[in-house]
Design a protein around this ligand. Structure first.
Ligand SMILES: *Cc1c(COP(=O)(O)O)cnc(C)c1O
Length: 368
């Protein structure tokens, strides 16, 4: 009785694109053009438009997207970027790669995204940018964040790796700051069949710099104007992402439907806190996070019954051993620490049926 309902079901998603994908992948294999050609350029144009941005710069991972976005903003050693304490480690790594220092703030107890009320106190003369994370698929509270940034002369660079197609007051994730960074890791709402990422921007100068940075800083072959990187995306991933992008609105509506089903099925269980989508947000439910006091116990009981779950994330960034150098300690960010103790991610994907959702809800009910 193992994983009767898996946490993720990527084969179920792949079956929907298989007929279109496989001949195209074979064409690419036979074409001899494998890296950054027509497929990648075509995907970039479509993804930019999907995000309401002028341009998308495709790269090999979401972490690379963050790295070149921060570099293009002129951030480096001696600078600071404000980021939330509850996020995937890559948000901090992208900052760290530039030599800048991540300065963390706590998250909001309702939405789990960066708490704008905590930003002001974290600003120092070294602060260059704010990097809100649209965690679990819901946009951070961008208006106050953009207002603080405007008033204090800071850039806003969005980590939208979990929020393809999410909206805040009608604006798309990735289009509100000067740059928005996405990941196409397979399990993301838009996932490659391998690795991928992108930065979107409507600023032509930043776009130019990032196109250089991802490909050895070279405007022409073997002339390197910037110290760049090999962060290129390959043609097969570009083609597969373009095919999947055509399904993304449907898949997102499917995720929202599953979330609403969970909301109904789990609503009256005492001790379970369900995710809250603020009315001005389009939450795209990359993750369906519930909160319960005995998280580990519930996880084990679901696991024993064959329901896969996840924890996002069991250790908040300020307590990660690899960032001990930042000097944070337990108690610094109590909301992030409570989420790390109590958050449990239930399976969520468009293919998850009403029957399965009822079964999961019944298990949660009987396990508490
Ligand atoms: C997945 C993720 C990233 C990094 O993306 P990769 O493609 O795995 O490098 C960055 N930030 C957040 C919030 C993520 O969830």
């Amino acid at each position: 009785m193992k994983n009767i309902i898996p946490y993720l079901d990527l084969p179920a998603q792949y079956r929907q694109i298989q007929a279109e994908a496989e001949p195209l992948v074979l064409d690419i294999l036979r074409s001899g053009r494998y890296v950054m050609g027509r497929q990648v350029a075509d995907f970039e144009a479509r993804f930019a438009s999907f995000c309401s941005a002028k341009a998308a710069i495709a790269v090999n991972t979401g972490t690379s997207a963050l790295h070149i976005a921060f570099l293009a903003a002129g951030i480096g050693r001696g600078d600071e970027i404000i980021a939330p304490a509850m996020t995937f480690i890559a948000t901090l790594s992208g900052i760290d790669y530039t030599g800048a220092r991540p300065v963390l703030v706590d998250v909001d107890p309702v939405t789990f995204t960066m708490d704008p009320a905590k930003i002001e106190a974290a600003i120092t003369p070294r602060t260059k940018a704010i990097c809100p994370v649209h965690l679990y698929g819901q946009c951070a509270d961008m208006d106050p964040i953009l207002e603080i940034a405007r008033r204090r002369g800071l850039l806003v660079i969005e980590d939208a790796a979990q929020a393809h197609g999410a909206e805040y007051k009608g604006r798309r994730a990735g289009s509100m700051g000067v740059m928005g960074c996405f990941s196409f890791y397979p399990g993301k709402n838009l996932g490659a069949c391998g690795e991928g990422g992108a930065v979107v921007t409507s600023d032509p100068a930043l776009e130019r710099t990032m196109r250089l940075l991802r490909d050895w800083g070279a405007p022409q072959k073997y002339r390197h104007d910037l110290k760049g990187f090999n962060y290129r995306l390959d043609e097969i991933q570009g083609a597969l992402l373009r095919i999947k992008l055509q399904h993304l609105e449907d898949w997102t509506e499917g995720r929202i439907r599953v979330a609403h089903n969970y909301q109904r099925a789990l609503a009256d269980i005492p001790g379970v806190q369900l995710p809250i989508a603020l009315p001005h947000n389009r939450h795209v439910y990359h993750i369906y996070p519930i909160r319960v006091a005995d998280r580990d116990g519930l996880k084990k009981r679901l696991d024993d019954a064959g329901v896969g779950t996840g924890i996002h994330y069991p250790i908040p960034c300020h307590l990660q051993p690899c960032f001990a150098e930042l000097g944070y300690k337990e108690g610094d960010f109590p909301v992030a620490e409570a989420i790390a103790r109590e958050e449990l991610s239930l399976p969520i994907y468009p293919e998850l049926g009403a029957e399965q959702i009822r079964a999961i809800a019944a298990l949660v009910r009987s396990s508490l």
